[in-house]
Design a protein around this ligand. Structure first.
Ligand SMILES: NC(=O)c1ccc[n+]([C@@H]2O[C@H](COP(=O)([O-])OP(=O)(O)OC[C@H]3O[C@@H](n4cnc5c(N)ncnc54)[C@H](OP(=O)(O)O)[C@@H]3O)[C@@H](O)[C@H]2O)c1
Length: 300
């Protein structure tokens, strides 16, 4: 009896974003999967296509773009942007993937307890619940706060590193580790990773702990500063990462609940990274060393 030698095709959504980009880097030269990237921008799509890259035009707000993108796809990495639109986008994408014969969906969600009330956490949990009823194989990734936020929302400025959740400790994970876990799951597929939840909160630090590491790595005095959750709104306006209003409100509610101690688990370690990758997760100090230049630029 002959076994199929077909190499699985993996569709990576959000492949221009922070996490998706890193996943594509890890998978693009592999011979044991075929990677298809996506773009919702015509010019970018045409440009990458002309270079021979397997790219699909896919706009999560336009369901009519899904079928062609999903044709022949075996595994999907489902990531959405910072928007409440993730609900409809994911529901329709999951339905379409099922119709297209996709076998495995890997979803990037949040680090939340099952009964949490913060809106943007609840949206991700609704997507996870819906995915589980789809009949397709699923894997859920649960990262805590991205270390990359220290290059964006929480970039050090004027000698200060500012947090908005009181003096509580926060769990962090490097985007690089999230991407390595996601890539490994997409490579090994549903036989190994179906019906699994992987948790990624690899180090806990408060504002002064982060400030001390930044001070040491940058060789420049950075002080930890704690502001109120109400001050957090200003962080989204004109920031480097696009955040829609409802999501921003959810993130403010998140910081309120963390400061109150209602989400105490957010400051705990739950580290599945080495179980999937065989390597220790990056520490915040290691991550800061890698991003020293960008951090120094921001801190000026
Ligand atoms: N930051 C954190 O600490 C944290 C923690 C846990 C979970 N998360 C979750 O992580 C996710 C965001 O990940 P990220 O930081 O990698 O996001 P990101 O850098 O903002 O990238 C979002 C990606 O999604 C694409 N996208 C957005 N809207 C789209 C649409 N309508 N159609 C097609 N593609 C679309 C973007 O494409 P364009 O290039 O065209 O814009 C981009 O490639 C969110 O679901 C968030 O809840 C974040």
């Amino acid at each position: 009896m002959s076994h199929s030698l077909k190499v699985p095709t993996v569709l990576v959504l959000g492949s221009t974003g922070q996490i998706g980009q890193l996943i594509v880097k890890k998978l693009k030269d592999r011979t044991d999967v075929k990677v298809r990237v996506t773009s919702r921008r015509r010019a970018e799509y045409e440009q990458l296509k002309s270079k021979g890259i397997d790219i699909a035009y896919l706009d999560l707000d336009r369901a009519e773009t899904f079928a062609a993108a999903l044709a022949g796809v075996d595994r999907v990495f489902l990531i959405t942007g910072y928007s409440v639109a993730m609900l409809t986008q994911s529901k329709v994408l999951i339905d379409s993937a099922k119709k297209a014969g996709v076998q495995h969906i890997v979803h990037l969600g949040i680090f939340g307890e099952w009964d949490c009330t913060d809106p943007h956490f609840a949206w991700h949990q609704l997507i996870e619940s819906y995915m589980k009823t789809s009949g397709m194989k699923w894997t859920n990734l649960h990262p805590n706060m991205f270390m990359e936020n220290v290059l964006a929302f929480f970039a050090p400025k004027n000698g200060k590193f500012t947090t908005y959740w009181g003096d509580q400790r926060m769990g962090w994970v490097a985007g690089q580790d999230i991407a390595t876990v996601a890539a490994q799951v997409l490579l090994e597929g549903p036989e190994k990773h179906s019906s699994k939840d992987y948790w990624m909160s690899t180090e806990v630090l408060d504002a002064s702990g982060i400030a001390a590491i930044l001070t040491e790595v940058l060789g420049q005095d950075i002080k930890g500063e704690v502001k109120s959750h109400q001050d957090f709104k200003a962080v989204f306006i004109g920031g480097s990462v696009a955040v829609e209003d409802w999501y921003a409100e959810g993130a403010i509610e998140f910081t309120r609940q963390v400061s109150n101690g209602e989400m105490g688990y957010i400051g705990t370690i739950r580290n599945d990274v080495p179980f999937i990758t065989g390597e220790a997760a990056l520490t915040f100090r290691q991550w800061a060393m890698i991003h020293k230049k960008e951090l120094a630029q921001a801190a000026k």
